[in-house]
Design a protein around this ligand. Sequence first.
Ligand SMILES: O=P(O)(O)O[C@H]1O[C@H](CO)[C@@H](O)[C@H]1O
Ligand SMILES: O=c1cc[nH]c(=O)[nH]1
Length: 290
Amino acid sequence: MTRIAESELILNTRGAVYHLDVRPEELAETIITVGDPDRVKAVSRHFDRVEGTYQHREFVTHTGYIGQKRLSVVSTGIGTDNIDIVLNELDALANIDFDTRMVKEEPVSLQIIRLGTAGSLQESIPVDSFVVSSHGLGLDNLLPFYTYHNTPEELQLLEAFRGQIRLQPSAARPYLIEAAPALLERFNEGFHQGITVTCPGFYAPQGRVLRGNLSHPELIEQLSHFSFENRHITNFEMETAGIYGLGRVLGHQCLSISAIVANRIRQEFSKDGNAAVMALIEKAVGIIAQ
Ligand SMILES: O=P(O)(O)O[C@H]1O[C@H](CO)[C@@H](O)[C@H]1O
Ligand SMILES: O=c1cc[nH]c(=O)[nH]1
């Protein structure tokens, strides 16, 4: 095995990983991610005991316990460029020996669960409801920079997507990865389920027009009408496919759950998106801690 150079795995003066400023012993193997750094404390409020808090830039981490279960909550900020940093550094904390700079022999598979917000693409999925992502479909171009494999089912779904959604090839190279089945099956009651599209932006990449004109004006209509073997696109946001994709590359089990704050078909926005996110955190943390 080769030693990983100082320029590739970057450690700071306290021996913590570069962006997250966390040391290996400070991270649990079950990790909740949130986008907004202020939401980290809304999750750790449910811990019985907080063992440590760490912060560097927009990456806030709290580690603690609910009963006997050790959990970390980490903020990612917005977008799959940040997911590239967070997932690689979480993986490094679990699977690289920081003293020898060698990959450990026995890989650890982390459980990584995103609790975030999203826009609904179905009239029947209202604001303030919760969606668990059966698949992440990325329009953001992160995963093509890695080597990875798809299952036959994923390839079929991706093929159907390419056939039904007319994207200019210069705009995106879609990829698709499923959720970890063992995590997905725990979030049944009270959750809608479907394919989540991950976009490289909040405005035009999600069909929003303020002053910039759209190159894909039919995007929302096409996404909302996609159908393949009873599978539908339920929502879009900006991280899920990157998390599922890097989970596949690095061998971690990932799930993404969103509180719906916008319904793009009904053109509605939640009257209290924060309350919806707090309700999602309470419900999901209860299930994760079991
Ligand atoms: O609420 P979070 O988890 O940040 O998720 C959604 O909200 C942000 C955009 O407002 C994007 O990060 C999107 O994915
Ligand atoms: O419409 C929405 C709402 C939340 N987050 C998104 O990315 N899009």
